[in-house]
Design a protein around this ligand. Structure first.
Ligand SMILES: N[C@@H](CCC(=O)N[C@@H](CS)C(=O)NCC(=O)O)C(=O)O
Length: 294
């Protein structure tokens, strides 16, 4: 074990804004807006304000799945929220999500319009609204919701715990990395045992439980989340890899991953989405070269 730190917490914690770390510029101990900014509203019933992080792509995958199933009411406008630049603290975004985190959805097909925040709540809202991607049988529905809420409770250990200390913290702290690696490996083992006997998280059918879990844990074993596949020995989770590979092949998942993406290959970035045809015509490689450099 590395040398322990000599830090002793003071009686009352004080905010030192230059405390370091990759997200130091957006982290703060208070809520609420920092500036006035209305959100744009497009022509479709559903308005999404998001970014293609694992939490963000859950919702764009869900919407692309619903559209592929033929639900025209799932057409949506997706606007980019650049969290690194503080867009989540604009007054309009805070009205849509008082927690200032992507994703946030506003449904204008209801009167008054309905705001939904927290990716798990958005998946559940959409599954109930369209009667899709969630089992109707009460026992299977309970299983599906259990795994959906498992993800919501577990992923912060992967993101805020493991990811933060392994990838983003200004110093490598062995204790913290050990602590969260142990937990993340335990979570992967939970998934691996479940997927050993089940094609998808809730059995034979692909549901919002898979849509919720895949971007984090499928991304982790594929090396797309924190570039940590080797460190956590991802290949040893055989069934998670099989499941993750199958989901990655879905056209809906490939499309959902592109929406609100502002990094990676230009042909995979559809920063704003307003129509299905945007996937062919509005990816960054197709836009004017000046705009593509943004
Ligand atoms: N539990 C929330 C977590 C959302 C979340 O952490 N979003 C991150 C990006 S993945 C964010 O917006 N961070 C901006 C910030 O913390 O200021 C959900 O699942 O929707």
């Amino acid at each position: 074990m590395n040398e322990p730190s000599s830090y002793e917490p003071p009686k009352v914690w004080k905010w030192v804004s230059e405390s370091g770390g990759v997200f130091a510029n957006i982290n703060r101990p208070i809520a609420g807006p920092t500036h006035d900014k209305e959100l744009p509203v497009g022509e479709h019933p559903l308005q999404l304000y998001s970014l293609a992080t694992p939490n963000g792509v859950k919702v764009t995958i869900m919407l692309e799945e619903l559209l592929a199933l033929g639900f025209e009411g799932a057409e949506y406008d997706a606007y980019l929220i650049r969290i690194g630049e503080g867009d989540q603290f604009g007054s309009g975004f805070v009205d849509a999500n008082p927690n200032s985190k992507i994703p946030a959805l506003v449904d204008h097909s209801t009167s008054p319009s309905t705001r939904v925040f927290e990716s798990g709540a958005i998946l559940l809202y959409l599954a109930e609204k369209f009667g899709a991607l969630m089992p109707k049988d009460p026992a299977l529905r309970a299983e599906c919701l259990s795994w959906l809420f498992w993800q919501m409770g577990s992923a912060p250990y992967l993101g805020g715990g493991f990811g933060h200390f392994y990838r983003y913290a200004p110093h490598r702290i062995e204790y913290a990395i050990d602590r969260f690696t142990m937990e993340v490996k335990r979570q992967l083992d939970v998934l691996d045992r479940r997927l050993a006997d089940n094609r998808f998280m809730c059995g034979d059918d692909y549901t919002i439980a898979d849509i919720s879990i895949w971007p984090w844990y499928g991304g982790l074993v594929a090396g797309k989340v924190y570039d940590a596949a080797e460190f956590i020995d991802a290949q040893s989770y055989e069934h998670v890899n099989r499941w993750a590979g199958e989901i990655a092949m879905r056209e809906t998942v490939k499309r959902g991953r592109m929406v609100n993406r502002a990094n990676g290959p230009l042909e995979e970035q559809l920063r704003e989405r307003h129509a299905a045809s945007d996937f062919e015509t509005r990816t960054q490689d197709k836009l004017e070269p000046e705009e593509a450099q943004d």
